[in-house]
Design a protein around this ligand. Sequence first.
Ligand code: E4P
Length: 239
Amino acid sequence: MQSPVIQPKVPLLAEPPQSVIKFFADSTSIEDIRDLAATGLIDGVTTNPSMVGKSGRPILELIGEICQLVEGPVSAEVAGATCKEMVREGRILGKVAPNVAVKVPLTWEGLQACGILSREHGLMVNVTLCFSANQALLAAKAGATFVSPFVGRLDDLNIDGLDLIREIRAIYGNYPALRTEILCASVRTPNHVKGVALAGGDIVTLPPEVFPKLVDHPLTEKGLAAFMADWAAGGQSIK
Ligand code: E4P
């Protein structure tokens, strides 16, 4: 007799819900990004001038390679100090791949460059080095696709970085038409990730070495070892 076909009672999710927090890799390591992309859990990448400088590779080549590894936004930062320089560099970076997000600093010049790059040139812009709610408000007003508040660097000064995420979430929530996403950066620990999710951050970018720490739990390992021992002792198999 043929086995009956069992219909699932709930629809199977082909794609994760769009509203779930996004995870970006904060890295310029091709190897790490490739490994993380293979998990299917990575939605984008962030880089900064320190990382690119240390990579020893020309920025356009490096960013181009990263953009081929992930479909989502890849942040690449300008180095100019004036709006004019930032716009010039941002346009060059924006031509590397359609998924480049031009990163500009949260300065008056950077905010002006953000407006020009996003509104006149149609580029995604990540306004970075955000340390206050008013700065985040200005980034949104300037048309930023992303604003990057730095959680860990505030914690370094004994100021609760997650408070800033809560403030920005509350302020942006007062203006539902705002489309700027809160890209929580300088995230260094699993507790930061949990805190960002509790605060309603849209995106968390974290160094590759933090990802495994989100999964690891001694009770999971212990439980699995016990299950497998009992399974083997019972002579079971799935065929
Ligand atoms: C992300 O865009 C930032 O470059 C990064 O998260 C900074 O992290 P750090 O404060 O640990 O250097």
